[in-house]
Write a protein that binds this ligand. Structure first.
Ligand SMILES: *[C@@H]1O[C@H](CO)[C@@H](O)[C@H](O)[C@H]1NC(C)=O
Ligand SMILES: *[C@@H]1O[C@H](CO)[C@@H](O)[C@H](O)[C@H]1NC(C)=O
Length: 516
């Protein structure tokens, strides 16, 4: 499962496990301040997505310990749902976070593809397409959106390789009477963003994606309701829709506006933006955000992303009266350590922390937005004011860079949180495929619980899931280094997706931005 709620492991057990194997940080540790190799990190960050592939793998597959899997997905409802991405350390295809992953991969290519270089850009587009091809399949029937494939509880009861799976691969359907606006609208956003990413290299595919995106958006908007109500028994508690679906509708409209420049989508934004403020937005613990929704951005809440995305069309020099700009500024002020309205915390070593599991998702997604906003600010000659603190575009870049450098090894433990990057990296991750011997090494089937001895083993992973960024350290910079600590050692696709854009930016510009 993924990192919002550690539903399968009781908190006491987590604490116990964390306590016994915790690596203590020595007092007064200082750490190296050399720049990490951003180019190497970028290539690996993209490669990770090959390790999460479901379906029939192509001959070009580079992560070769993975093989074909889930080749009958969709057969229960007469659809072809082969492909897509496994969400995290499990083998479920959760379409809500998967679509967000594809949106962020596409945004990474759109804004930062020019910095990637030929091969990384090619592989990044392949990563987008592995997702967008699948989302086309999930939306191929009129007014039907497949919202998830695989029974999450069945999947989580087994520790199996994807290639061996014998757990129920049930398809869960959203339709006119079974609503699921958040997952449908996020898929519309992903298809629109992908259409922009492919516009230059494959105009025909791009047009097809855009056409489908519009259809899915109309369906999402026309038949509203949370997927909590229709497929909540399998989507929740893993990916409950905590923050409502008004944000996904606006997010999809913003991406469709970016893709088409059609007035219809702009007017949709203008007419519905107030819904963002009026709904009671809840965080992943179910507690209301109390008016701070502008600070949220992730697989569930799109608020800050909408404001930053739209800011490119409405930002003019230093006049800040536009609501999108005001809210994007508030997001920035919620992030900066020196801001009087800061709402996040930082570890002593400097990593951004927000409540909930899989914390690095916040570091990567927020860094992405800070860089994008900084670039918009530079073009418009704009500054952000947080109380008396004046924030320049380069300050946003510095914050983002501090997060990247921390994740890549510039931290008190001197370890990178990306598998396969640098001399010291996670070797016991919460990921079924990585822990179990490959099909090549162990061709015989490993059944539901045959994998337990690997899960509970203290030995390093059998396979290297290169590029995976795991949930990351605790608030005091300590790291449990335990497979059972799901929140710290599980990778997810939506941790990596925004990091692709962030790393591309630093690969190209690192030398120009030295010093704080
Ligand atoms: C929607 O899906 C549900 C569950 O599969 C089904 O019972 C219902 O008839 C469908 N509604 C429509 C309008 O197709
Ligand atoms: C979905 O379910 C979760 C968990 O029960 C709840 O906290 C959330 O408010 C629900 N969301 C909507 C939009 O009803």
């Amino acid at each position: 499962m993924a990192g919002k709620c550690n539903a399968l492991i009781p908190p006491t057990l987590l604490i116990m496990l964390t306590g016994t194997v915790m690596i203590m940080m020595e007092a007064g540790t200082s750490w190296a301040s050399n720049s990490p190799d951003y180019a190497d990190a970028l290539s690996k960050c993209i490669l990770f997505f090959e390790g999460q592939r479901s379906g029939k793998l192509p001959s070009t597959q580079r992560m070769t310990w993975r093989k074909d899997s889930a080749l009958r997905d969709g057969s229960d409802i007469g659809m072809d749902l082969v492909g897509g991405y496994y969400d995290a350390g499990d083998n479920v295809k959760f379409h809500f976070p998967m679509a967000f992953t594809v949106t962020m991969l596409a945004w990474s290519v759109i804004d930062f593809g020019k910095y990637m270089g030929y091969w990384d850009k090619k592989h990044a587009l392949e990563a987008v397409r592995w997702g967008s091809d699948y989302l086309l399949k999930a939306t191929s029937v009129h007014h039907v959106v497949v919202g998830q494939v695989a029974d999450s509880n069945g999947d989580h009861n087994c520790w199996e390789r994807p290639e061996d799976m014998d757990t129920p691969r049930t398809s869960y359907v959203i339709n006119e009477t079974n609503p699921g606006t958040e997952v449908s609208a996020e898929i519309a956003a992903a298809l629109a963003a992908s259409s922009i990413a492919f516009k230059a290299s494959n105009a025909k595919y791009s047009a097809f994606l855009l056409h489908r995106s519009k259809q899915v958006f109309n369906f999402a908007d026309g038949y509203q309701g949370s997927y909590n109500l229709s497929i909540g028994e399998v989507a929740c508690p893993f990916y409950c829709d905590y923050s409502g679906y008004a944000d996904e509708l606006l997010w999809a409209a913003a991406w469709l506006y970016k893709a088409t420049q059609e007035a219809y989508y702009w007017e949709y934004l203008e007419q519905n933006i107030h819904h963002l403020e009026s709904i009671v937005v809840r965080n992943i613990h179910g507690n209301p955000y109390v008016g701070a929704s502008f600070a949220e951005f992730g697989w569930d809440a799109k608020h800050a992303g909408i404001n930053v995305l739209v800011s490119q069309w409405v930002m003019k020099d230093d006049s800040n009266d536009n609501p999108y700009i005001l809210n994007a500024d508030k997001f920035v002020c919620s992030m900066l350590p020196e801001s009087p309205s800061k709402s996040v915390t930082y570890t002593p070593g400097g990593l951004l922390i927000k409540p909930g599991g899989s914390n690095t998702q916040h570091a990567t997604a927020s860094s992405f937005l800070l860089i994008v906003y900084s670039l918009h600010m530079s073009i418009a000659h704009k500054l952000v004011r947080c109380g008396d603190v004046v924030v320049t575009p380069s300050r946003l870049i510095n914050i983002a860079r501090s997060q990247v450098d921390y994740l890549l090894g510039n931290n008190p433990l001197g370890m990178s949180y990306m598998v396969g990057f640098g001399p010291k990296f996670p070797r016991k991750i919460h990921h079924r495929g990585a822990t179990l011997p490959s099909i090549h090494k162990h061709p015989k089937k490993l059944g539901c619980r045959d994998g337990d001895k690997y899960l509970y083993s203290q030995n390093p992973d059998m396979n290297q899931l290169t590029g995976a960024i795991i949930g990351g350290p605790a608030g005091d910079d300590s790291f449990s280094n335990s497979r059972m600590d799901v929140g710290q050692t599980e990778p997810t696709t939506y941790i990596n997706a925004p990091f692709v854009g962030v790393l591309a930016y630093f690969k190209a510009t690192a030398r120009k931005n030295v010093g704080f």
